[in-house]
Design a protein around this ligand. Sequence first.
Ligand SMILES: [Zn+2]
Length: 90
Amino acid sequence: MVPPAITGTGSEIFRAGEAVQIKGLYRVIHYAHRLPHETAILALKKFPHCNQCGDRVRFELVRSVGELLKDYNFQPDETGPPANGDLLTD
Ligand SMILES: [Zn+2]
């Protein structure tokens, strides 16, 4: 399996239970019970299952944390400890 490229083009689709390799903003696509919505996945190690559609939920990368920081010239928040010390990896 080819590892997903960190391009932030929004073309990467992930499933519940897969390892989160790119922290960032994701579009959550449910199975038949809810319209797509967006959520930030920053601290989770795996994509969560939905309590209604279970592992049929899909996660599409909208924008990686690195991109968000670049876009807005945000500086990393050094007042709080990162979850695993790897929040901002190049
Ligand atoms: Zn769902």
